[in-house]
Design a protein around this ligand. Structure first.
Ligand SMILES: NC(=O)c1ccc[n+]([C@@H]2O[C@H](COP(=O)([O-])OP(=O)(O)OC[C@H]3O[C@@H](n4cnc5c(N)ncnc54)[C@H](O)[C@@H]3O)[C@@H](O)[C@H]2O)c1
Length: 333
């Protein structure tokens, strides 16, 4: 396969390395407006041919294109790729709004080509293991999802902290508890320095006994990447800053008898053992690249497809609306 990659900034070089390392990929062509980024890639990946112009990249007739530019360009670049009848990989978040996402989905169906959305965490060993535990019923019914992703982050010029950081956690949630339907979002946040929020708190309500909360912050002195997932049988903590024990499963829970007569109800706490399952260490991006290529070869939808991208964008959009309305609940249809 011949792959064209546009956007060789922070994330692009990882894509160049992983596509170049895939045995089905015979040629990679990179594209960036900035001379400095082209020189950076040339020095590290001398086999990659380079261009400054996206128009020129499209003329190279690649089998698939990868969009790793800032978010505000995802839609227009992906649209042009789809119009040319080629498959497209779009970085997270899929698009800047739901309207764009729906239009791209319709176009891909018309052209019969694939859209892969890079929800990278879905391909990590830790998230795969969490999914396995949840699907296997080990945690029971999932009742909450509580996530913190904070650090002294790189301020983005085109998006706020929600669009930058929350796609990771929202895509993990969507993958892990795919059976539950989000129905509404409330969010609060503040823009301390310029017109984009640098701190935000997002609550997601579901149509059944489940609730999710996300804290994202570019102005934290410490880096935290931690999630708690509570089930009716067991609970787990996913700490991505841990090297060896990323997941800890706690045999802890609460049982309440006599729910009808609340005054007489007895809460029973169960505090049992903790165990830390082994997780696969293969680089997530290389598994994502294999999945994209395999989905193209087999003519099937990839695991992280445009519909998954749309679900995440719907929550991001609702969260942004809610912040503007001082935390008002925004329904998701
Ligand atoms: N999947 C992940 O884990 C992950 C991690 C980081 C970033 N991302 C996503 O990757 C995308 C890029 O993020 P980044 O942090 O690398 O941004 P970045 O700003 O570091 O890089 C973007 C690059 O795109 C180039 N570019 C801009 N307009 C262009 C144009 N018209 N033609 C050609 N090149 C152009 C810029 O020159 C820049 O080098 C974003 O969508 C971001 O959300 C994903």
């Amino acid at each position: 396969m011949k792959i064209g990659i546009v956007g060789l900034g922070y994330w692009g070089p990882n894509l160049v390395r992983n596509f170049s390392g895939n045995e089905s990929v015979k040629e990679v062509i990179g594209c960036d407006l900035q001379e400095g980024r082209l020189k950076f890639i040339q020095a590290r990946f001398p086999h990659v041919s380079l261009t400054k112009s996206f128009d020129d990249l499209l003329k190279q007739n690649c089998d698939a294109y990868v969009i790793a530019t800032p978010v505000d360009l995802h839609y227009s670049f992906a649209k042009r790729v789809l119009e040319s009848g080629r498959h497209v990989w779009v970085e997270k978040p899929f698009t800047a709004n739901t309207k764009q996402a729906i239009e791209l989905i319709e176009l891909s169906e018309k052209k019969n080509v694939n859209i892969f959305v890079d929800h990278t965490f879905v391909y990590t060993g830790a998230v795969r293991k969490i999914k396995e535990l949840v699907d296997g019923g080990k945690l029971g019914d999932i009742i909450y999802f509580d996530s913190v992703r904070v650090n002294l982050g790189l301020f983005q010029h085109d998006v706020n902290v929600i669009w930058d950081l929350a796609p990771h956690d929202l895509s993990i949630m969507d993958y892990v508890i795919s059976g539950k339907k989000a129905i509404g979002v409330c969010a609060n946040g503040i823009a301390n320095f310029y017109n984009h929020e640098n701190i935000a708190y997002i609550s997601v309500y579901f149509d059944n006994n489940c609730f999710a909360h996300f804290h994202v912050n570019w102005t934290s002195p410490v880096k935290i990447r931690r999630m708690l997932i509570g089930g009716t049988k067991k609970m787990l903590m996913f700490d991505d800053m841990e090297n060896s024990e990323k997941i800890k499963v706690y045999d802890s829970g609460i049982e309440m008898n006599n729910k009808e007569k609340i005054n007489e109800a007895l809460v029973q706490y169960r505090i049992g053992d903790m165990h830390s399952p082994k997780v696969n260490q293969t680089e997530a991006l290389s598994l994502g690249v294999s999945e994209f290529i395999d989905s193209i070869n087999k003519g099937r939808k990839p695991l992280t497809n445009a519909e998954d991208g749309l679900k995440v964008v719907k929550i991001l959009e609702a969260a942004e609306k809610s912040i503007k309305a001082k935390g008002k609940m925004i329904e998701i249809n």
